[in-house]
Design a protein around this ligand. Sequence first.
Ligand code: PLP
Length: 379
Amino acid sequence: MNSLTYFDYAATAPLCPQALEAMTQALAHFGNPSSRYAYGRQAAQAVQIHRGTVAQALGCTLGEVYFTSCGTEGDNWAIRKGVELGRRRGRHIITTAVEHAAVLETCRDLERQGYAVTCLAPDKAGRVTVEQLRSALRPDTALVSMMLVNNETGAILPVADCVRAVKAFDPAILFHCDAVQGFLKLPYTPVSTGADLITVSGHKVGGPKGVGALYIKKGVRLAPLLTGGGQEDGLRSGTEATAQIAGFAAACQAAMADTDRLERTAAIKQYTLDQLKTALPGLEIISPGDAPHICAVTLPGYPSEVLVRVLGDQGVCVSSGSACHKGKPSHVFAAMGLSRPWLSGALRLSFSPHTTREEADRLVEALQQASKTVFPTMS
Ligand code: PLP
């Protein structure tokens, strides 16, 4: 990563070499997949091959994958059109207080339009339980939206158990899962949870930004969010982003071929946490993260925004929470009931299978320095 020491893979990951190569090749073939001549047909065939690769990574069939422009689009599509589909059941949505803004803001918007939204509160570890979900179900519940892995704590939510509970209550209730942080990061595929609708995004897995996919289970008649030329089987209009799609698929392929990536990621995360605990006795672990690539720590009382900036000046990249918050305190940590000093000093660290011990040591050293020199009175 040049001179950067990068611990923000949950915000975005660098483009993997295989994705860059696939995108470069795809950019040279500029055909529009909708065109009827050979150049267009070749582009359409390539998109289908890439769809097959993403389907394999998701654990579904090729006909259940629809390319989108990002995870945010997938979440919006699934939730907005999912509730439309469930209109006859009612206007009640269940989600969790730890969802990404792409889900929470969409639910808030629907609330303004007259939907009732129940937000399940997490425990101190950032998890919700199947019992909480069961007791929130109502005769008018139309849709449940629950993420697979939380982007700030790395907590895994019990999606498969929750899908079973929801379907036992009423199979007509749609289950959407934002799997943006769980995709290719767990030893099972998102589709194995049984969810009806699943969102994933390219740039979290070594693919480019500006591409994602929505899994729509066979038989679920979701209406399009974007209407127009009728691409993606009429469900997602807009000329296919052929190069982004090629890069996304290549990144999925590369990850699937790297069979011990999860073990390596978990090992380097554990090493980093151990080193941090030894070097900074005041540091507390908010969440070690169930998923291999994310954890959250805090230096209670320290302003994490300043820590992030000071570390950043030294080329060490960490996050003070979700990169999407733009400086606001994390709603996830707040929902977990963290005390003010813990909230203030919260840092998210996220890892790749290629993160090295040298990088971990550099982070520890930089954080130790920052805590001593920038805030001498606190250490
Ligand atoms: N959902 C989760 C859990 C995320 O972490 C993110 C991005 O951080 C998104 C959705 C949005 O994905 P995108 O950046 O592709 O719009």
